[in-house]
Design a protein around this ligand. Structure first.
Ligand SMILES: [Zn+2]
Length: 253
């Protein structure tokens, strides 16, 4: 077998493998996307939970302060009731009014913070429901990935063994060239040389459709050496049927 035929065998098995694995890879990408989104949701939830915790501490502090102001005010009222002189009474009253102003300011800011806390809790609930929705999608995606993998597992192993066996037959340099082309062009790494008009020597590349010089055909026909399309760089090969026609005795042509 010439080198082009050997390369073609590897290429065709490789193509089957890639085709078989493409649905699995799509399922893996989808699963990865779900994981990424879950991470983003979790990061937002953690940040909100921290804010909620801090705000609760601030509100509890304010409530503590209000309580101690209330105690102080009750005590002042008692002192006012027991005041001996008008001057003493007025001094307690001034102090009481200061506390009252402080208390009002504290109450206003606490109310604001409680409103903010409600808003944060609402946002958190929204992220929690997003998370549980996303987790459902992720579970389905994970099952899908696993079943696709199980479906093709045996066939993939078979094709991989076959590929390894065929690849061992190909000279290392040629194999490297093919692998590089597969990496860059996937299914267009190799393409058949297509015949348009035999008498006028019109041949084209099956990948890029550009015209090929007739020497490319001669090279493939004579010794099947590695032959690249000068336009797109793919490796050319002759399909069995065309090869048979071209090498048949002249009378049959
Ligand atoms: Zn081409």
């Amino acid at each position: 077998m010439d080198v082009t035929s050997k390369l073609l065998s590897v290429f065709l098995v490789d193509k089957q493998l890639r085709g078989l694995q493409s649905r699995l890879h799509a399922a893996e990408r989808f699963l990865g996307e779900q994981d990424k989104q879950l991470q983003q949701i979790d990061a937002k939830r953690t940040a909100l939970e921290t804010q909620v915790r801090q705000l609760k501490v601030t509100i509890a502090d304010a409530e503590g302060q209000t309580k101690s102001i209330d105690e102080r005010m009750a005590h002042l009222r008692d002192q006012m009731g027991a005041a001996k002189t008008n001057k003493e009474y007025k001094a307690f009253l001034t102090e009481l009014n200061t506390y009252k102003a402080d208390r009002d300011a504290l109450e206003t800011s606490t109310l604001e913070q409680m409103g903010k806390l409600d808003e944060l809790k609402k946002q958190l609930a929204e992220f929690n429901s997003q998370k549980s929705e996303r987790e459902k999608v992720r579970t389905v995606a994970g099952g899908d990935r696993d079943s696709r993998e199980a479906e093709i597992k045996d066939r993939v192993a078979e094709l991989k063994a076959q590929r390894a066996k065929l690849a061992a037959e190909v000279p290392a340099d040629a194999l490297k060239t093919l692998e590089k082309l597969i990496h860059e062009r996937e299914d267009d790494a190799m393409a058949p040389l297509e015949e348009h008009d035999r008498r006028r020597h019109e041949y084209t590349c099956g990948s890029c459709m550009m015209a090929l010089p007739v020497e490319k055909l001669s090279a493939l026909l004579s010794n099947g050496r590695m032959t690249h399309c000068p336009s797109c760089g793919c490796l050319l090969y002759l399909e069995a049927e065309l090869h048979k026609q071209l090498t048949a005795p002249a009378s049959k042509r």
